[in-house]
Write a protein that binds this ligand. Structure first.
Ligand code: PGA
Ligand code: ZN
Length: 420
């Protein structure tokens, strides 16, 4: 059986912020001559890590579309079942380590569309094509409830994401609806506490209130507690500080504009430790800036037994960065964003290296998203215990509802992944 790439087409579509992004359609032909089309789109970040793949070539999406026309003949004829070869070819055609010629968003959209076309040719779901075995596990969704930092504006907190995870859920659908309940409850609490709250939302459908950094966490923690009692399962708060976005490298200080305070590295560490303790945080992402492996290691040493310490901008889904982290014991979790590294094969390598070293791989969306649902399949295919993909909003529920469908399809074979 084969699935030969026979066509490649790209177009400019909208992302959730109203910015242009790329969507790719790959056609493959099987040995009976039947055609199958896989379609995938790339997301985009607002608080990007410095060492991520370049998203688009100079000239933006329009230039990327020209590049796709240019490289289409070179991909034509390749076997879509051989994902590694396709991805290697994309890297060779680009020729730079950070994919600046084609753009990581261009390559990742092609890479994902090839996998989707191959799955269709095999007449199996994408998670099965990529996972290649039985016994699939569903991830716990981690969702953004309150937004700040680069995802919001005005008087929102400096901390980028106040997240929820229904750690006690027995099914992915139960976890998804529990997270939504917390999101709703927090909205109601804000409305009650402040009649001028407009119910405004930031990039990922998270509430965007005028509130201080710790105040937002108090609301979230209380909502988690209340919902936990209502539904009878454990629900925990979590944070993504995206600390690089408020770190002043010249002064070596973290600048919290909302409270007009600065914290040096030691104070930042103490602050995070106090939040983990006080609010029983399940997970903290990017608590320190993106080159501070030692600071991460100190936090992991002090709190890693009770809280996941996760690197996003620190690792940028890059195995070389993750190797440094593993050697220095910097964290115990890693954010996995396919467009940070540019191909499915390289994304998978980061997941495998993480798992071999007992790091929890957390498959993740970006703040600017499309309705592409690929990451839901990646989480299931690769047995990732967690998926970070928001709580509400069309581009977020595209992934969450896909997980509900996968759960239904797996029937009594559906299992939740072990969290720790
Ligand atoms: P980004 O942020 O998609 O805007 O880079 C998401 C995150 O930091 O996790
Ligand atoms: Zn992050």
């Amino acid at each position: 059986m084969e699935a030969v790439i026979s066509s490649l087409k790209a177009r400019k579509i909208l992302d959730s912020r109203g910015n242009p992004t790329i969507e790719v359609e790959v056609g493959v032909r099987d040995n009976k001559g039947d055609l199958f089309y896989g379609r995938a789109a790339a997301p985009s970040g607002a608080s990007k890590g410095k060492l991520e793949a370049v998203d688009f070539p100079a000239g933006g999406v329009d230039k990327a579309l020209e590049k796709v026309i240019e490289i289409a003949p070179k991909l034509s004829g390749l076997d879509a079942f051989d994902q590694a070869r396709v991805d290697e070819t994309l890297r060779e055609l680009d020729g730079t380590p950070n994919l600046s010629v084609l753009g990581g968003n261009t390559t990742v959209a092609i890479s994902m569309a090839v996998a989707k076309a191959a799955a269709l040719a095999k007449k199996m779901p994408l998670y099965q094509h990529l996972g290649g075995r039985e016994g699939f596990e569903l991830p716990y969704p981690l969702g953004n409830v309150i937004g700040g930092g680069k995802h919001a504006g005005g008087y929102a907190p400096d901390i980028q994401e106040y997240l929820v995870i229904a750690t006690g859920a027995r099914k992915v659908s139960e976890a998804i609806f529990t997270n939504a309940r917390v999101h709703k409850k927090v909205g109601e609490m804000f409305s009650e506490a402040n009649s001028s709250f407009t119910r405004g939302k930031s990039d990922e459908g998270a509430w965007s209130p005028n509130i201080c950094n710790e105040g937002a966490l108090e609301f979230l923690a209380e909502a988690c507690e209340l919902v936990s009692q209502e539904v009878g399962i454990e629900v925990r708060p979590a944070l993504d500080l995206a600390a690089s976005s408020f770190y002043d490298s010249e002064r070596d200080l973290y600048v919290y504009k909302r409270e007009a305070v600065t914290r040096d590295r030691g104070e930042q560490l103490d602050f995070i430790l106090s939040l983990i303790e006080k609010f029983k945080l399940f997970y903290v992402e990017d608590p320190l800036h993106e080159t501070d492996f030692e600071g991460f290691a100190e936090l992991t040493r002090k709190a890693g037994n009770k809280c996941l310490i996760c690197g996003d901008d620190l690792f940028v889904t890059n195995v070389r960065r993750l190797e440094i982290g593993i050697r220095s014991k910097a964290a115990n979790a890693i954010i996995i964003k396919p467009n940070q590294i540019g191909t499915l094969t390289d994304t998978f390598k980061a997941v495998e290296l993480a798992k071999r070293n007992k790091y929890v791989p957390v498959i993740s969306h970006r703040s600017g998203e499309t309705t592409d649902e690929t990451i839901a399949h990646l989480a299931v295919a690769w047995h990732c215990p967690m998926i970070k993909t928001g709580v509400v909003g069309g581009e977020r529920i595209a992934k969450l509802n896909e997980l509900i469908r996968i759960e239904e399809e797996l029937g009594n074979k559906a299992r939740m992944s072990g969290l720790r």
